[in-house]
Design a protein around this ligand. Structure first.
Ligand SMILES: *[C@@H]1O[C@H](CO)[C@@H](O)[C@H](O)[C@H]1NC(C)=O
Ligand SMILES: *[C@H]1O[C@H](CO)[C@@H](O)[C@H](O)[C@H]1NC(C)=O
Length: 388
């Protein structure tokens, strides 16, 4: 036992072990950032889309602001396993194979993600799931150079997720490669309560849609689990819809701001090869991204609400506070964030920086921050105390 405690002390001292959230695979210290094929392409994917997206992450500059994962969702494989029981890339759409794709993505300094399902078939039913094949499939993914696994929940035979998801976690740990483990069981059995020990992220909701009501409801459902998130393990209210065309730019700005504040994975879901400059302007806002990637890793929460006028906030490193004033109503309104609601003492004086205007407010503030906010829009700030 003495040996163990000495070893633990050494690990703690050199930083190889910490008691933050998450399966102890050492990854996901900040929420993952990247792209996933599902929200825009669903099953209509092929290797040229994946390569083109990797190219676009570089050419748009998005890789420089932190987006690194290129994640293939459902429909990448053949209907049947090969004679040895291995998953096989679909010959008609991924003829070069997943290893070649991983090599290409890695050559750009990016990482490759893949998808499977904790059931007999994936959700599309076009390919096998990994239930009962966890060790073999995890080894296959590792041998291909995969860096991220999204693990879905269809066709599961009615077995509880607490029985099915740890098996893949162990298999990934035994695979010989660091693979981000993204559980996608849609919030069944309140995964925030048990997934932090086995996964790097867990969905808290059903699938997102490119609609305002979907964004607001997913944000609210995810909010109740805020205290369970932290470095190494994150609540996941599902991937971004920014740029897919179903909402206004103000609505997309709100969607992105709230996802950043609540430390959600920032996984782009549009076709980046043809994204507009407005879309890229939202996704590429480094000041908003800095809130998401802040090393403190505390999920922001809804802290006050008057009708459809809401204040969301959370602490950042260096005693700073991130605040979103969010107007969910049908008309422009004034919204006030009060210090007592956002974790500042009443005598604290702050400088406020507007993360969308990219400017500091001209006067310092004490007690509250009040601003007019358009319908379905938000304002987002970082408050830096100058005295208290
Ligand atoms: C906000 O603070 C200002 C300046 O301290 C004060 O005059 C104002 O009444 C406050 N507004 C609200 C809504 O608390
Ligand atoms: C929120 O913004 C909308 C659209 O501009 C506006 O019509 C509405 O009045 C605002 N909400 C409130 C409570 O003022």
């Amino acid at each position: 036992m003495e040996v163990m405690s000495v070893l633990l002390t050494v690990l703690l001292t050199i930083g190889l072990w910490d008691q933050t959230n998450g399966v102890s695979n050492g990854i996901g210290k900040t929420p993952p950032m990247g792209w996933n094929s599902w929200n825009h392409f669903a099953c209509s994917i092929d290797e040229s889309i994946i390569r083109g997206t990797a190219d676009a992450l570089i050419s748009t500059g998005l890789s420089k602001v932190g987006y690194e994962y290129v994640n293939i969702d459902d429909c990448w494989g053949e209907q049947n396993r090969d004679a040895q029981g291995n998953l096989v890339a679909r010959a008609s759409t991924f003829s070069s194979g997943i290893k070649a794709l991983a090599d290409y993505v890695h050559s750009k300094g990016l990482k490759l993600g893949i998808y499977s399902d904790a059931g007999s078939y994936t959700c599309s039913k076009t390919m096998p799931g990994s239930l009962g094949h966890e060790e073999q499939d995890a080894k296959t993914f590792a041998s291909w150079g995969v860096d991220y696994l999204k693990y879905d929940n269809c066709n599961n035979g009615g077995t509880q997720p607490q029985k099915r998801y740890p098996t893949m976690s162990t298999a990934l740990s035994n695979s010989g490669r660091s693979i981000f483990y993204s559980m996608c069981e849609w919030g069944d059995q309140n995964p925030a309560k048990w997934a932090p020990a086995i996964a790097n992220s867990w969905r808290t909701t059903g699938d997102i849609e490119d609609k305002w009501d979907s964004i607001t409801s997913r944000a609210d459902q995810n909010d109740q689990w805020a205290s369970y998130a932290g470095p190494g393990g994150w609540n996941d209210p599902d991937m971004l819809e920014v740029g897919n065309g179903g909402m206004t730019m103000e609505e997309y700005r709100s969607h992105f701001s709230i996802w950043a504040l609540i430390k959600a994975p920032l996984l782009i879901g549009c076709d980046l090869r043809s994204a507009s400059s407005e879309t890229l302007g939202i996704l590429g806002n480094q000041e908003v991204i800095s809130v998401n990637q802040d090393p403190l890793g505390v999920q922001g929460k809804k802290v006050s609400k008057q009708g459809d006028l809401e204040v969301w906030a959370g602490p950042l490193s260096n005693k700073r506070v991130a605040v979103v004033l969010w107007n969910r109503s049908g008309s422009t309104s004034s919204i006030t964030a009060k210090w007592k609601d956002i974790g500042l003492s009443s005598n604290t004086v702050v400088q406020a920086r507007d993360l969308w205007a990219h400017s500091k407010l001209s006067t310092s503030l004490q007690g509250n921050l009040t601003s007019s906010v358009d319908s379905h829009a938000c304002k987002m700030y970082i408050l830096t105390p100058t005295s208290s």
